[in-house]
Design a protein around this ligand. Structure first.
Ligand code: FPP
Length: 229
């Protein structure tokens, strides 16, 4: 079986850079090349929905220089890649709290989303200033502001108020660089997801590692809380 939607916690850019005597930012730059490779490999394998964890609500505590460099990379990459993604029929969606992002980045995000809204071949969802708990809080707030009867709210209604409304839940979460943690990523949506941890650092991750993750996924018996079939 193939996952329909894969969420990826892209970890290990810093370690990759340190091993080479480079700056952490060089690791993030290399990580962007990996995103390209992995998107293409996922597409070839038949997986058309990807969500990438690019920046968490906790990542603001990194040195200001690194945070600034990451924001610059997001801007640069969005500006550079949107044409090709759009031409390939990929819909771009950015999830997370946008308030603290720079005006320039917010504009680029709005433009990329508006431009690719009608695309249906694939979906690239990028989590920037994202936290799973913050997302649930934001969903409850937006339901309350919309006049919902919170005493009667159900799972479908809450899911419909999340940033990911309309997206299939991820079936598989891949985390690179060896740690077995969810780190506040898609905590609602990944309730029944399979977790695959790869020892490979994100900049070194590629088609072979993706294939291993897909094989691992295919070998799991998914039960959704029921009994094995
Ligand atoms: C984790 O490695 C990686 C990040 C916090 C940033 C990931 C961002 C990118 C690859 C750029 C994505 C860009 C777009 C436009 C989607 P780490 O720094 O935590 O590595 P370490 O654990 O080895 O220190």
């Amino acid at each position: 079986m193939l996952p329909r939607h894969i969420g990826i916690i892209m970890d290990g850019n810093g370690r990759w850079a340190r091993q080479r005597g480079l700056q952490r930012t060089d690791g993030h730059r290399a990580g962007i090349q990996t995103i390209r490779k992995v998107m293409q490999a996922a597409d070839r394998a038949g997986v058309h929905h990807l969500t990438l964890y690019a920046f968490s609500t906790e990542n603001w505590s990194r040195p200001a220089e690194e945070v600034g460099a990451l924001m610059g990379l997001f801007e640069e990459t969005l500006a550079k890649e949107v044409d090709e993604l759009d031409a390939s029929g990929v819909q771009i969606r950015v999830i997370g709290r946008r308030g603290p992002l720079t005006t320039g980045l917010r504009r680029l995000i709005d433009a990329a989303e508006a431009r690719t809204r009608g695309n249906r071949t694939g979906m690239l969802c990028v989590a920037i200033n994202y936290g799973g708990r913050a997302e649930i809080v934001d969903a409850v707030r937006s339901l309350a502001q919309g006049g919902a009867d919170l005493a009667r709210v159900d799972e479908a209604e809450l899911a419909g108020a999340l940033y990911t409304a309309g997206l299939p839940d991820p079936d598989l979460i891949i985390r690179t660089a060896g740690e077995h943690r969810m780190s506040n990523f898609l905590i609602w949506q990944a309730a029944y997801a399979e977790l695959h941890v790869s020892p490979t650092l994100w900049p070194d991750f590629g088609e072979r590692e993706l294939e291993l993750a897909l094989q691992d996924f295919a070998a799991r018996q998914r039960r959704f809380g029921g009994v094995a079939g």
